[in-house]
Design a protein around this ligand. Structure first.
Ligand SMILES: C[S@@+](CC[C@H](N)C(=O)[O-])C[C@H]1O[C@@H](n2cnc3c(N)ncnc32)[C@H](O)[C@@H]1O
Length: 247
């Protein structure tokens, strides 16, 4: 489908523009088809990317501070190695840059080639490996390959289907001893959600355990004082010895 900027109104209201593109894609049976159209429209100056904060997610940075997240490993008797991280649906790259700065060898991918090109342009000389890829059809080599998997606002950007499939694929990226952090809009069962975003129930978050992960902490961030709507921030781990780089 060719991008049509929906007139001045939508050009001035990126959320509404994105909602219209999403509705068209979902009703055409292509629920991931609107992301590239949105990034391309933003590139053409027709709209803005609604989630372009210009800084990493505060939910991610706060979590990283709290748990002292560091990707560098100093193993006795061996050279320092770096843990591997993947940032799923990385968009324009701020979260990926933050994770790389924390010492992780970082891969970041998005389904939108235009987003990936924009991230590379935004961070020239970056240590992050930016790739176009689809969470719903990831490279076989990524099976349980990452010590840290970061998911910020991806599951909530997908209706079901294909959300259940996305949950399974996400969990499958986590290596033995690795961890997953999920940040997503929250709702109660039965509470209507008209996406995007399509808010998740606690049961959907807990379904990550079906991929062999164990919940470490599931936070319900629901503070009416905050400007943010209610969110889940959930950390999971895959029990087992940490990856092959460990003794
Ligand atoms: C709501 S945005 C969030 C972007 C970023 N993670 C953030 O927190 O600001 C959702 C992102 O996921 C990407 N995305 C959606 N479905 C995807 C999929 N199946 N595989 C990879 N990326 C996907 C979109 O292109 C978009 O960049």
């Amino acid at each position: 489908m060719h991008v049509v900027a929906g007139g001045d109104k939508f050009a001035q209201d990126p959320e509404e523009f994105a909602g219209r593109l999403a509705a068209q894609a979902v009703s055409a049976g292509d629920p991931t088809g609107w992301f590239e159209r949105l990034y391309a429209a933003a590139e053409a100056g027709e709209t803005a990317v609604p989630w372009d904060r210009g800084v990493p997610s505060p939910f991610l940075t706060q979590w990283a501070e709290q748990r002292g997240l560091a990707g560098a490993r100093n193993l006795a008797g061996s050279a320092a190695t770096r843990a591997r991280a993947v940032v799923v649906g990385c968009g324009l790259g701020e979260d990926a840059e933050f994770i790389a700065e924390r010492g992780f060898q970082t891969v970041a991918f998005d389904i939108s080639p235009t987003a990936i090109a924009a991230a590379r342009r935004r961070f020239p000389g970056s240590a992050v490996e930016y790739l176009t890829a689809n969470l719903l059809d990831p490279p076989a080599a990524w099976h349980r390959a990452f010590d840290l998997v970061v998911e910020s606002l991806i599951l909530q950007a997908l209706p079901d289907p294909p959300r259940r499939d996305a949950i399974a694929r996400l969990g499958d990226l986590v290596a033995l001893g690795g961890m997953l952090i999920v940040i997503a809009r929250a709702r109660e069962p039965g509470e209507p959600t008209e996406g995007p975003p399509w808010a998740l129930t606690r049961a959907e978050i807990e379904a990550l355990a079906d991929t062999g992960l164990e919940p470490v902490r599931i936070e319900d961030l629901n503070d009416p004082q905050l400007e943010w709507p209610r969110r889940w921030r959930a950390e999971f781990t895959r029990p087992g010895p940490a990856s092959s780089q460990d003794p």
